[in-house]
Design a protein around this ligand. Structure first.
Ligand code: PRP
Ligand code: MN
Ligand code: MG
Length: 185
């Protein structure tokens, strides 16, 4: 196979900026939840890497759980969400922090809120590494935001294109030929 970096047109957010911002978010979350304990819910697969990095900067007692939800095929949301893995913990009376890699149309986050709020958490907040507001279809609150990004399809740091490129350490834009070769955009 070829080197992943050959497919990259541009680095949007380099690794050191990502890590610095994740530390800041963790410190803010630590202040906000002082004296409480927290259930951190990472949304697989995209948020797996951000969740792991953020979780280690949270310095209040915290449990870690995961859900797996999918809706994207290539660069497009199907608008239909499937829960492939549900939570292990009960949320009743707990402070819950949902961790997402990106909020794009907002449909995934809205689905999650509708899915989790009936389980009666004491609070439900959202941390998202990336926010792409220009693509929003539904209004969803983001309590902890890493970066606002323009309307480009990005990969890396957990984000994929057809399940590839999640292992890039920066947020990147792929070469147009790569998207075109897969029959997208
Ligand atoms: C991606 C991303 C978010 C969601 C954001 O997940 O990780 O969960 O889409 O898009 P939206 O705001 O338009 O709903 P995806 O469905 O690709 O699954 P993955 O995390 O396994 O890659
Ligand atoms: Mn996802
Ligand atoms: Mg995806």
């Amino acid at each position: 196979g070829h080197d992943l970096w050959e497919d990259i047109a541009e680095v949007l957010i380099p690794e050191d900026q990502l890590q610095k911002r994740i530390q800041e978010l963790g410190e803010t979350i630590t202040e906000d939840y002082r004296g409480r304990d927290l259930v951190v819910v990472g949304i697989l697969k995209g948020a797996a890497l951000f969740t792991a990095d953020l979780f280690r900067w949270i310095r209040v007692p915290a449990s870690l759980d995961f859900m797996r939800i999918v809706s994207y095929a290539g660069t497009r949301t199907t608008g239909v969400h499937r829960v492939l893995l549900d939570l292990e913990y009960e949320l009743d009376g707990r402070d819950v922090l949902v961790v997402e890699d990106i909020v794009d149309t907002g449909l995934t986050l809205r689905f999650l809120r509708d899915y989790l709020l009936p389980r009666n958490p004491a609070s439900l907040r959202v941390a998202a590494l990336l926010d792409k507001p220009s693509r929003r279809q539904v209004d969803v609150p983001i309590d902890y935001r890493g970066f606002e990004i323009p309307d480009r399809f990005v990969v890396g740091m957990g984000l994929d294109f057809n399940e590839k490129y999640r292992n890039l350490r920066a947020i990147c834009v792929l070469r147009p030929e790569v998207y075109a070769a897969a029959g997208q955009e």
